[in-house]
Design a protein around this ligand. Structure first.
Ligand code: ADP
Ligand code: ZN
Ligand code: ZN
Length: 733
């Protein structure tokens, strides 16, 4: 009796598939993690073998036979394969999609996992003399055949010594059956001793952190490195990695967005005299495959990447670092909704290695883990090298006149800092010219035809954009209902740029947001103009808050703190505090003392008051108390079932049915809230609603999901909506 193999296939089904082992394959050679070709429906596809079994529950007649095994050695080692299976189960996502997402695209279609080289050899027929002779005048062809006759095979470099047109000659010989082409796996790349370049001598706090991490080698310890901006966290990563690399192990470093932090990658490349494997979303398939192979073979001692790099294979893992661990980009918001930060903890635990989460504004989850003793807190409370912490001041927008969103005292401060030779950074989380187009005569506001939202004015293009669905249209000059002139109201970064240019016509100015740096390389160019000191005034969105080091920025202005103060999401205040502290951290990173102005209409709001008087720590402890009282994460676990449809009633009808089933199945301790429509109910023509599940711990939710989701999948209402489950959601809608 032949063994049954269980295969993960890239399909939207929450299950694995049984096959008979391929013919002529000894079952004991089938290792979990190898790829196999299998028949699937009417296609042949590449799947990943996850286990072998003696028998299947399928009747013999239904069991299909796998076609062939692709790999000699597994693509995923056992701990990684197990992590992927666990993640599929935890996030309730189809296992085949999870496993396939962890593979570079060319490997999903059966390409070799190893680096290979083309070689050519004389065919068997040619060697035995059973082919018609080559034409006597074909000297080049005969020369090539003789060359191959004299050796087992030759590569491109070898053949190129014969003639510059060797490829043509080889092709001709292949056509005549004289030559066979092979792909041969390359020997593993040589392992070089990695030398680390010099860095500054660590401060006592840095040293304590480095020593704690070093003492945890070979064990699972999770660390939270909480250091104010500019306190030398990156320097701690570099030192900790130096030790890992010196032990001939690999470090995996996760960063929020590589395109936004070219400086960080450059710092790693500079420090380590070794190839870095860099993994991010704008690589070509071949580039990604190359980096993946370098991680897997171990030839890259340091692997840096964004979210999905958490699935990079590692030959000799020694440490995982998650930089800016609070950043929301670690959570995938569609499809397989995993958190790379949380998976980093799970992976490090399985590998029995330390994991280091770093941030100036740690997530409340991570702070609570440290408080509860599940993570070791390492603190860097001071900035390095003489830089002092910036001073935060509130500007009351109700008390001061403002020009296009810039209050008079703010304008005076900008002037003072510019006159003193400093750079000034203005932050506004709203791109475009103005957030709406308004008719003063009749009150009409330009609406998005597909969302319950207003269109944003983009003045330079004279167009209106929806920032939720991407709809674009020409901006009208007159009101479509009453014919009077319309005007843009409110401020976006484009309008702030215009206002600043009017007030400071001689000061070089740059805007950094998604519109301004759309072209490849535009962001790097703009950042260079800032670091070189050419640009003195800088206005931008979230993009400016991420880790950049601008030594001459002495004033940071948060133009409108109020957008986050009254958010409907339970995480809104945490996000706002993190953003303010991060953007404030761009001020005064070198010798110049920094100043930060926060403009608001609610100066007495407790969140702002706490931030100004006690900094992020004071905010975080108050926010954690609030979460504990309200029993929100991290003091509870939640999941949301979301649904959307073009017909308004369909999502609620589906969620009502899902709720009934959940209520019947749920054990004690699971609360079901909703269904409720999204605050912005219609987006891109679809109406949206959700059901929220809440429990004190994850166990009761997982037990419910196992029985509930199969029933939800079968609901007739499920076919009338697009639905998804989000476990540990970051945002509620
Ligand atoms: P963070 O990652 O916390 O923002 P960085 O590691 O980027 O901080 O350090 C901020 C600046 O201080 C960098 O220019 C860095 O080179 C410098 N720096 C870091 N550690 C030291 C140190 N021990 N002595 C002197 N300068 C340091
Ligand atoms: Zn009108
Ligand atoms: Zn829209």
């Amino acid at each position: 009796m032949s063994a049954v193999i269980v295969v993960a296939i890239d399909a939207p089904l929450r299950r694995l598939f049984d096959y008979r082992a391929p013919p002529q394959v000894a079952p004991e050679t089938l290792l979990p993690g190898v790829r196999v070709w299998v028949p699937f429906g009417r296609r042949r596809v590449v799947g990943v073998l996850v286990e072998t079994r003696a028998s299947s529950e399928l009747p013999d007649a239904k069991l299909k036979t796998a076609i062939a095994v692709v790999d000699e050695t597994p693509v995923f080692d056992a701990p990684l394969l197990e992590l992927l299976r666990w993640a599929a189960d935890y996030y309730r996502h189809p296992p085949g999609e999870v496993i396939s997402a962890a593979l570079p695209a060319p490997l999903r279609t059966g390409d070799s996992m190893l680096e290979t080289t083309e070689r050519w050899m004389l065919s068997a027929a040619a060697r035995t003399g059973s082919l018609p002779a080559l034409p006597t005048r074909a000297n080049r062809l005969r020369e090539l055949a003789d060359f191959l006759q004299a050796r087992e095979s030759a590569d491109a470099a070898g053949l190129a010594t014969l003639s510059s047109r060797w490829r043509d000659h080889v092709r001709e010989l292949e056509k005549r059956g004289w030559v066979t082409r092979l792909r041969v796996a390359d020997p593993p790349p040589p392992r070089l001793a990695v030398r680390a370049g010099p860095g500054p001598s660590p401060t006592p706090e840095q040293l304590a952190a480095i020593q704690a991490i070093s003492a945890a080698r070979g064990r699972h310890v999770s660390f939270l490195l909480h250091g104010v901006t500019g306190s030398g966290k990156t320097e701690v990563y570099l030192r900790a990695i130096e030790e890992v690399v010196a032990r001939d192990e690999q470090a995996l470093v996760l960063v929020p967005e590589i395109a936004l932090t070219p400086q960080l990658v450059a710092r790693f490349a500079e420090r380590f005299d070794a190839p870095l494997a860099v993994l991010h979303s704008s690589l070509t398939d071949q580039e990604r495959l190359r980096a993946w192979r370098a991680a897997r073979s171990g030839s890259a001692p340091v692997v840096i990447g964004t979210r999905s790099a958490i699935f990079a294979p590692l030959a000799r893992p020694g440490l995982i670092v998650v930089d800016e661990e609070h950043d929301s980009s670690y959570k995938q918001q569609e499809g397989f909704r995993y958190s790379a930060r949380d998976l980093a903890l799970a992976r490090a635990q399985r590998l029995a290695i330390p994991v280091l989460l770093g941030s100036a504004t740690p997530s409340l989850e991570s702070l609570e883990r440290a408080r509860a003793g599940k993570a070791v807190l390492l603190s860097l409370p001071n900035r390095t090298a003489g830089a002092s912490q910036p001073q935060l001041h509130i500007i009351d927008l109700r008390r001061h006149a403002a020009t296009q969103g810039i209050a008079t005292p703010t304008m005076l401060s900008i002037k003072r800092h510019l006159d003193a030779g400093g750079q000034v950074l203005l932050y506004l989380n709203r791109r475009g010219y103005a957030p709406s187009l308004f008719c003063p005569a009749c009150g009409w506001v330009a609406p998005c035809p597909r969302c319950d939202a207003r269109l944003t004015v983009h003045q330079r293009e004279r167009r209106l954009h929806c920032h939720h669905c991407g709809t674009e249209q020409r901006a009208p000059e007159i009101c479509p209902t009453c014919g009077e002139a319309v005007k843009p109201v409110g401020q976006g970064t484009e309008r702030i740029e215009e206002t600043l240019a009017q007030f400071f016509p001689d000061v070089p100015l740059a805007r950094i947001d998604r519109d301004a740096v759309r072209r490849r390389g535009a962001l790097e160019a703009a950042l260079d103009r800032v670091t070189s000191g050419e640009v003195r005034l800088l206005v931008g969105t979230q993009m400016l808050t991420k880790g950049h080091h601008f030594p001459d920025v002495s004033l940071v202005v948060v133009l409108n703190a109020d957008q986050g103060l009254f958010g409907t999401d339970f995480r809104a205040s945490e996000r706002l505090a993190q953003t303010i502290v991060q953007v404030a951290g761009r001020a005064g990173r070198a010798e110049r003392p920094g100043e930060v102005l926060i403009q608001t209409e609610y100066p007495e709001h407790p969140l702002l008051a706490q931030l100004v008087s006690g900094g992020y720590d004071a905010f975080a402890s108050a926010a954690l108390k609030e979460r504990e009282l309200a029993r929100w994460p991290p003091f509870a676990r939640i999941a949301v079932l979301r649904a959307e449809a073009a017909r308004r009633e369909a999502p609620i009808e589906f969620l009502d049915r899902a709720r009934e089933i959940a209520a019947a199945l749920a054990g004690p301790g699971v609360e079901i809230l909703g269904p409720a429509s999204a605050p912005m109910e219609r987006r891109a023509g679809h109406y949206r609603a959700q059901l929220l599940l809440h429990a004190a711990s994850h166990g009761p939710l997982q037990r419910l999901f196992s029985r509930w989701l199969p029933a939800v999948e079968e609901l007739p209402e499920a076919r009338r909506v697009r639905w998804s489950l989000d476990v540990d959601p970051l945002e509620l809608f």
